[in-house]
Design a binder for this molecule. Structure first.
Ligand code: NAD
Length: 518
């Protein structure tokens, strides 16, 4: 190719995609387990074209039982390995992830449809959480409190919890599992992973790399087990009483099914569910910055992030200008093959997502909304079966029912306000409570939004969008988002059990609260 020729378009031929996937899996030490004719199986499809690439063997309920049993047995060994030694295993895993970053990212693109830069970012997030977990492996521990009794020590100790069942969603096919796994492993817990049925190949690849790290560092192989399958496999995992913690990421519908099952057996849950994230834009906002932050949050990952911006609450004085600038930006968005240079919007994961988007837009229009940009299917050569769409920008007269729902596609509803209190009220008047932001140059408005009377979300930002969290903070949301916290800060506590210890080093036996018992 001479320097004047355009770069070759990546091939969309099913055979080429298959060959490339097999080559990547081979480099990562993974293989596709072929489905038996009468055994359970999954279709490994790609949103790049909408085609099925492989038929993959899935787990049966018996396989789930065996995997949990093996992980429970491994727990007995793993919990007694010193935490810094467990950290060394996670360190090796992080090194392998770094080494194979490009290959893993290519599988994320193949299965979830993310543009290359976002797919690389997702793998980087795995590397980052491994770093954080290695640090934690020398830090997790409890406090000592003053005892009211002389000659007594009151303290708390933290111990490994048990088997962690991780159920993950398609849109972060590797990072969310890594958040859980890196932290669970240093905390002394084995993990049984049920990935999304839409992303089995990335799961096979990650498992192979973790298996290598376990083998190289002498850790028990069964501290990580993978069970591929759909909802039924997830349901078998969450119902198993040997699973001490179920960390489930996905829709609020899924959380509503999983939560009661685990609660009924007194298990622990960490639920990371749907979001309906909004930004409030004040008249003092730096609109250049706001436009960039909003577009990234609303159309990144084609609107398929749990933190994707879905609602925009703009002060009436700047609404026309902001909407005009956003509409101009939307009109220039490159939609297409996520592997191609310059693409910013890849495909939706499946045709039903594009249908859900069209249904939501029709309802918004019925409610008096006006689509001011996008909202159309986009045809990409060689990928006629895929679900490419142009992100939609919709002006709404008010926050109607469709706006209060999470449609997992790139639709941004714009509403206006004149009073910040009223804007915050509308902001909070949705069932979900994941991520939020305010664009303002007024410190009072920013602090108001961050205060107890401001946003009711788990993530509240100022002058950045709603998506793109760093791993150092605890990640999660309130209300129908499930209340779980994962990743950084003190999220590790969910993976350990706390014991309160009172040690009497005196030769008296005083009772608490001054009780006299003869
Ligand atoms: P989904 O709910 O369809 O599936 C998620 C996972 O749950 C899959 O592995 C699925 O097989 C499993 N599952 C479904 N029903 C189950 C059941 N009854 N028992 C056990 N397992 C079950 O979600 P999806 O379409 O893969 O992902 C998109 C959704 O996930 C969106 O709502 C998004 O907001 C949410 N999400 C939330 C976060 C977060 O951190 N809050 C992160 C990513 C995605």
């Amino acid at each position: 190719m001479t320097s004047t020729e355009a770069p070759a378009r990546p091939s969309t031929r099913t055979e080429d995609l298959r060959t490339e996937a097999l080559a990547v899996l081979d480099r990562l030490g993974a293989a596709v387990p072929s489905a038996l004719p009468d055994g359970p199986s999954l279709a490994a499809c790609t949103p790049l074209t909408g085609e099925e690439l492989f038929r993959v063997a899935a787990a049966s309920p018996g396989d789930v039982d065996e995997a949990v049993g093996a992980a429970a047995a491994a727990f007995v060994r793993w919990r007694s390995v010193p935490a810094p030694v467990r950290g060394a295993t996670v360190k090796r895993f992080g090194e392998l992830l770094s080494e194979h970053k490009a290959d893993l990212a290519s599988l994320v693109t193949l299965e979830a449809g993310k543009i290359t830069s976002e797919a690389l970012g997702e793998v980087q997030e795995m590397v980052d959480i491994c770093d954080l977990a290695v640090g934690l492996s020398r830090q997790v521990g409890g406090r000592t409190m003053p005892s009211e009794r002389p000659g007594h020590r009151l303290m708390e100790t933290w111990h490994p919890l048990g088997v962690v069942g991780v159920v993950s969603a398609f849109n972060f096919p590797v990072a969310v599992w890594a958040w859980n796994t890196a932290v669970a492993l240093v905390c002394g817990d084995p993990v049984v992973w049920k990935p999304s049925e839409l992303t089995p190949l990335t799961a096979l690849a990650c498992s192979a790399l973790l298996g290598r790290a376990l083998a190289e560092t002498g850790a028990p192989a069964d501290v990580h087990r993978l069970v591929l399958g759909a909802r039924d496999v997830g349901a078998a995992l969450v119902a198993d009483p040997r699973v001490a913690l179920v960390s489930a990421t996905g829709s609020t519908r899924m959380g509503a099914e999983v939560g009661p099952v685990v609660a009924a057996r007194f298990g622990r849950t960490l639920l990371e569910l749907g979001g309906n994230n909004a930004a409030v834009v004040a008249p003092s906002a730096d609109l250049d910055l706001a436009v960039r932050g909003i577009v990234f949050s609303a159309v990144g990952t084609a609107g398929q992030r749990c933190t994707s911006m879905r609602r925009l609450l703009v002060h009436a004085d700047v609404a026309d200008e902001l909407v005009g600038r956003l509409a101009a930006a939307y009109a220039r968005l490159p939609v297409g093959d996520p592997r191609a240079e310059g693409t910013l919007v890849g495909p939706l994961v499946r045709a039903s997502s594009a249908e859900a988007m069209q249904r939501a837009l029709a309802r918004a229009v019925e409610d008096g909304g006006e689509v001011v940009a996008g909202g159309e299917p986009v045809t990409v050569d060689g990928a006629e079966g895929a679900a490419y769409v142009s992100p939609a920008l919709v002006r709404m007269p008010s926050q109607t029912e469709v706006v209060r729902e999470e449609t997992f596609a790139p639709v941004l509803y714009v509403m206006t306000w004149t009073d910040l209190d009223e804007a915050v009220e509308v902001h909070n008047a949705v069932p979900q409570g994941l991520s939020s932001s305010i664009f303002t140059s007024d410190v009072r408005e920013a602090e108001r939004f961050l205060s107890e009377a401001g946003s009711d979300c788990g993530i509240v930002n100022v002058n950045i969008g709603t998506s793109g969290a760093e791993i150092g903070g605890a990640f999660g949301g309130e209300k129908a988002t499930g209340g779980g916290r994962e990743s950084g800060s003190d999220a590790w506590r969910a993976y350990m059990r706390r014991a309160t210890n009172t040690v009497n080093y005196s030769d008296e036996l005083p009772l608490a609260q001054g009780v006299d018992f003869g």
